[in-house]
Structure formats: C-alpha cells, structure tokens
Ligand binder design. Sequence first.
Ligand code: PMP
Ligand code: GLN
Length: 385
Amino acid sequence: MDYRPLLNASKLPDVKTTIFTTVGNLAKEHNAIDLSQGFPNFEAEEELKSLVTKAMREGHNQYAPMQGYYGLREQISEKIESLHNRKYHPESEITVTVGATEAIFTAITAFVGKGDEVIVIKPAYDCYEPAIIVNGGKPVYVQLDAPNFKIDWTAFQRKITDKTKMVIINTPHNPSGTILSKWDMEQLEAILKPTNIILLSDEVYEHIIFDEQTHESASRFPDLAQRSFVCASFGKTFHVTGWKIGYCAAPSELMAEFRKVHQFAVFCVDHPVQRALAEYLKNPSHYLDLNNFYQEKRDFFLNGIKSSKFKFKPTQGTYFQLLDYTNISLEEDEVIGKRLITQNSLASIPISSFNVNNRNDYMLRFCFAKKQETLEQAIEILCSL
Ligand code: PMP
Ligand code: GLN
C-alpha cells in the first residue's frame, strides 16, 4: 500500500500560506511598492545595532537563561510599572519570547485543550486561530462591523459558555487601527470577573497610538491583570521585525505554566539581542517618541490621499490604515487588491482574510511604516485611481 502521510493526519487541514506571504510574493514579482506586510522599510537606529555588535564582541554568544536575560526582564518590568502602574516581578512574571507570535502560541498551548472555547474578535490577526485549533480548541467568533469596529459587549457576553477557556483581545488593533478605551476594558473586566477565563492581550502596537490617546493595557486593570498574558513585540517598537523578539508578562502562577511550554518549544531567545535591548530600554524616549514618529507618517499619508476617491477614518493606533474603495469599485477586496499590484504596482492587504467567512468589507489595509519617498509614490498611485 502507498504510504499517504496526510491521509486524515493534518491537524490544520484548512490552513493555507498566509496572506502576508502570498501578497508579498506577488508584490515582489511585479516590483510593486509594498504597503502590504507590516514592516518598516527604513533602518533601525545605529545605536541599537551597535549594542548588539558590542554584546557579541563581549562574548554573549551562548544560550541565554530560559526565561530571558535578567537585565532585560528588569527593564521590561520597570517599563510596565512606569507606564501602567503594575509591578511584574522580573524573576517569575516576565518571559522573553521569539516575537509576540511565540508568546501567543505558548500561552494558548499552555492552557487550551480539546473542546475548550476561545473567543476571538474578528477581524483578527492570523496567528490566533491555528494555535487554538492545533491544540484541539475551538475559536468562537465575535465579528465587528466596519467602519467603526466597535465591540458590542452584550453580544460578546453572549458568546461566553462554561467551555470558554480564554478570550483574545488586540489593542491597538490590527487590521482596523482601532483601540480599546478605558470604558471597553472596564466592560471586559466586569464580564470576566465572575469567571475563570484567561485573557490573552495582544499589545504589540502598544507604543503606536495617536492623537494623545492612552494605551489601555490589560495590566492597568487589576482584575484583568490577574488573569492576563500581556504580549508585546520589540520588532514593532524598534523597527526590527526580523529580529523576532518580544515578551510576555503574566502573574507567576500563569507564567509558571507558560514556561513549561516555552522551555521545550524554544528554550531561550537570541542572547546578544537581549543584552542590547536591555541597554537600549534604559532610555524611555526610544519607545515614547514612537507615537509622534508614526503620527507624522499617518498624517502625511492621509493628507496625501485626501483628494483621492478612497474613504477612511484616521487610524487610532498601529501602523496600518484601512481605505474604503467603494467609490472606485464594488469588487471583492482580493480582486481589487490583486489588480492594484499587477496593474498599478501597489501592494496592500485585503482584510477579508481576517474576517469570519472572509466577509468582504470593501477595504484594503495599507502599512505606512515606510520612508517618505515610498509613501509619496503610493500616494501618487492612490490619487490616480
Ligand atoms: N500580533 C499582531 C496583531 C501583529 O500584527 C503581529 C505582527 N506581525 C504579531 C502579533 C506578531 O509579532 P512578532 O513579529 O513580534 O511575532
Ligand atoms: N504583523 C504583520 C502584519 O500584520 C505580518 C507578520 C507576518 O507576516 N506574519 O502585516
């Protein structure tokens, strides 16, 4: 008999190559200006790069501690305390991870098992659901509606059952660029209070938030914090998405379980980079200045396209802007997104891929973490449509 390894064996039969890879490849093929995948096309600061070189030259080239270099965990702890007034102990409550992706996967794997339900708010970044499913869990969806993407907390509460193990939130939110307000977090807190549900709070865009608004981290709300994994990414904050380094903060009981998985998934994370980040974090302006830096880019981009046919609400956080193209076409977003690449040489992400049943919201997502000249070229194309 022929050996057929995948006959009934795939744990993720419905998972395809991610939209970021598919669109990114098409963009390269057509030499398009790439505003699709979320990464900066400008350099990280020299100071940070030299700190990594210095750490390597000083010989920090062997395994780091499993939980992360202690000096980095101390800096993370101080940062969270100064911004959100909650103390996470560096020894037992902070772990350095391979990007936020590993933090998310590890937290889900540590707690979600067969038959457990996890509430996922859609549109959602694409790494949550495969992690739930591969562990035997079931994503339960709360679909938000364009253009405001507001959570109806009554509808949310109706999704909670005695099987709900975890809730995943993401603020600032990819792809909509909305943020959860203090009021939203209080609603969530009140709903979760009588339960044992764990909260996974994806806060990778914590330092990219505009118009003087505040990032309402789950760590600010005592009842949420005691049940939360707060996940973050240095890739987003320091323009180094390729370094794949992030962290996770959670109360010690939760973190102990998390580390049982982390130590066998990766054991530890790139050592010289951790040493460098520990130094770099000592200057808070390195992350506090990011809001203004990206707000200028957002405003430049939106000002440039204000005479175009696209409709938009200025993004409140993240480096993504959604544009509604209904004045141009009523086609599926994947169709118009593809044509923009092949005919107009501009790449974006169709957000249907983040929605339940790939619902079309007639919107494309553009990443404005780009050099001025790249944004200018994109603006010219968008205004010509
Ligand atoms: N969550 C969201 C919402 C993201 O946009 C990203 C970025 N890719 C991640 C998690 C993963 O972050 P990292 O690259 O640090 O793994
Ligand atoms: N977070 C990035 C985005 O939303 C994508 C990272 C990836 O390709 N997995 O564009």
